[in-house]
Design a protein around this ligand. Structure first.
Ligand code: HEM
Length: 421
C-alpha cells in the first residue's frame, strides 16, 4: 500500500486506507520515528501516537502520564476526549457518564474504583460463568443453520455479537427480555453523526438507574448486587452515579470488543487453514490461539489518551507537559523488535496459555479489567464453533470482507460463512 496520507507530519486516523490496513500502515509510521503526530476531526489539539512495543509498554506504566488531564500541574491540559464527546453533540448531563469512568481516573481515585469493582467482579465469578457461556454459545449454534440464506450465514450478526452481549447482561443482572434493547443501544453509541448518541445514552442511564432501585430492594446473585454491596474496610461504597457509570463502562467496554475479537479471530482462522487444522487437531491449543489472535487481529487498536504531567523524552523526542498521547497497541503488536516475523499468524507462538506478551488488553494500572472474561468467551466461541461445524468455510475471500471503519478499532461489518452441515 502507499504511505498513509498525512497532513504535513500529521497522521489522519480516519484515512480510509490506514483504517483498512492499519497493520501495514502503522508499520510504516512506526519505522519512521518513535512518535507520530495525529489528529481527529472536530478536535483542535493534535495528539502524539507512540508506536514501538517497548515505548508503548513504558508509557502505559509510567506515572508521569495521567489519564485525567485535570491532573496535569499548572492549568491542566485540554481534554481531547471531552472535545470528541462534545463534537458528537452529547449533552453534558449524559456525557459525564462517559467521561468520569475508571479509565479516566488516576492515583487514589483509580485505585478506589478498581478495588471496589474487583470485589464484585472476581476471578471466581468469571470461572463460574464458563458453563453459562458454553450454554449460550450452544444455543446460538443450534439456531445458526436457521439463519442461513442460500447456505450462507453471517457470523457477526448471529454469533459474535449476541454471545458477549448475552454474557455481560447475564453477569450484570440484566433480564433476558431487556437484552435486545442493550444491543440496539450499543449500536447507537458507535454512530458518529452529531446527536445520534444522546437518545441511546439517555435510555441506558435511565434503565440502570431503575435497575439499581430494584436490586436494592430485591438483591440477586449478580454483579450489580455485588457492586451495590461492595465496600472497603472504611465502609466506602460506590455512589449511585458511580454505579451507573461502572455498569455502562462494563457493558460498553465488554461487548463490542469481545464480539470483534470473535469475528476477527474466526475470520483469521478460516483464512489460515493450516492454523485452523492445528487447532482442530489439538483443542488444548485454544488459550494460546486466543493470545495470538489478540496480537494478530485484536479489536482495540489504541488506548485512551494519556497526558504528560511533565516533559517526557521518548526515543530522543519530547512530549511536552500537558500534551496528549495515545498508545498504538496495533503497532506495538506488530513490532519486529519484539515479535519474530510479526505478520505471520502462529497460534503456537506464545509459550503457554497462562502468559500473554501482546499488548492488546493494554498494560499497567489500567490493564483490561475484563481480559479473563474476554479470553474465556473467545475460547468457548472458537472451540464450540469449530467442533460443531467441522466443515465450516468462508463464503467471501479475506480481502473482500467488509469492515466497519471505526477509529482506533478493528471490526468486521459481516462475516459470511458456509456451515456445510
Ligand atoms: C480496559 C481491551 C474486553 C472492561 C481495557 C484496555 C484495553 C481493553 C486495551 C486499556 C485501555 C487503556 O489503557 O486506555 C479490551 C479488549 C477486549 C476487552 C480487546 C475484548 C477482546 C473487556 C470486557 C470487559 C472490559 C469483557 C468487562 C466485562 C474493561 C474495563 C477497563 C478496560 C472496566 C478499564 C480498566 C481501568 O481503567 O482500570 N480493555 N477489553 N473489557 N476494560 Fe477491556
Amino acid at each position: 500500500m502507499s504511505t498513509p496520507r498525512t497532513d504535513g507530519d500529521v497522521v489522519d486516523l480516519l484515512d480510509p486506507e490506514l483504517m483498512r490496513d492499519p497493520f501495514r500502515g502503522f508499520s510504516q509510521i512506526r519505522e519512521r520515528a518513535p512518535l507520530a503526530r495525529a489528529a481527529f476531526p472536530g478536535q483542535t489539539t493534535p495528539v502524539w501516537l507512540v508506536t514501538r512495543y517497548d515505548d508503548v509498554a513504558a508509557v502505559l506504566s509510567d506515572r508521569r502520564f495521567v489519564n485525567d488531564p485535570a491532573g496535569v500541574p499548572g492549568t491542566g491540559a485540554s481534554n481531547v476526549r471531552e472535545e470528541l464527546v462534545r463534537a458528537r453533540g452529547i449533552p453534558a448531563e449524559y456525557a459525564r457518564y462517559l467521561l468520569d469512568t475508571v479509565l479516566d481516573a488516576d492515583g487514589a481515585d483509580h485505585i478506589r474504583l478498581r478495588r471496589l469493582v474487583s470485589r464484585a467482579f472476581t476471578a471466581r465469578r468469571v470461572t463460574e460463568l464458563r458453563p453459562r457461556v458454553e450454554r449460550i454459545s450452544e444455543d446460538l449454534l443450534d439456531r445458526l443453520p436457521g439463519h442461513a440464506r442460500d447456505g450462507v450465514v453471517d457470523l457477526i450478526e448471529h454469533y459474535a455479537y449476541p454471545l458477549p452481549i448475552t454474557v455481560i447482561c447475564e453477569l450484570v443482572g440484566i433480564a433476558e427480555e431487556d437484552r435486545p434493547l442493550w444491543r440496539e443501544w450499543g449500536r447507537g453509541l458507535v454512530r458518529m453523526e452529531p446527536g445520534a448518541v444522546t437518545e441511546p445514552l439517555r435510555d441506558m442511564i435511565a434503565f440502570v438507574r431503575d435497575l439499581i432501585v430494584r436490586r436494592r430492594s430485591e438483591p440477586a446473585d449478580d454483579l450489580l448486587t455485588g457492586l451495590i454491596r461492595a465496600h472497603d474496610e472504611d465502609g466506602d461504597r460506590l455512589t449511585d452515579t458511580e454505579l451507573i457509570t461502572m455498569v455502562l463502562t462494563l457493558v460498553l467496554a465488554g461487548h463490542e470488543t469481545t464480539a470483534h475479537l470473535i469475528g476477527n479471530g474466526v475470520a483469521a482462522l478460516l483464512a489460515h487453514p493450516g492454523q485452523l487444522g492445528a487447532l482442530r487437531a489439538d483443542p488444548a491449543l485454544l488459550p494460546r490461539a486466543v493470545h495470538e489472535l489478540m496480537r494478530w487481529c485484536g479489536p482495540v487498536q489504541g488506548t485512551r489518551f494519556r497526558y504528560a504531567a511533565e516533559d517526557v523524552e521518548i526515543g530522543g523526542m519530547t512530549v511536552r507537559r500537558g500534551e496528549p498521547i495515545m498508545a498504538m497497541l496495533v503497532s506495538a503488536n506488530y513490532d519486529p523488535r519484539r515479535f519474530d516475523d510479526p505478520e505471520r499468524l502462529d497460534i503456537t507462538r506464545e509459550p503457554d496459555g497462562r502468559r500473554e506478551t501482546h499488548l492488546g488488553f493494554g498494560h499497567g494500572l489500567h490493564y483490561c479489567l475484563g481480559a479473563a472474561l474476554a479470553r474465556q468467551e473467545a475460547e468457548v466461541a472458537f472451540g464450540m464453533l469449530l467442533s460443531r461445524f467441522p466443515r465450516i468455510e468462508p463464503a467471501v475471500a479475506p480481502e473482500d470482507l467488509e469492515r466497519q471503519l471505526v477509529p482506533a478499532s478493528w471490526r468486521l461489518a459481516r462475516l459470511p460463512v458456509r456451515l456445510n452441515t
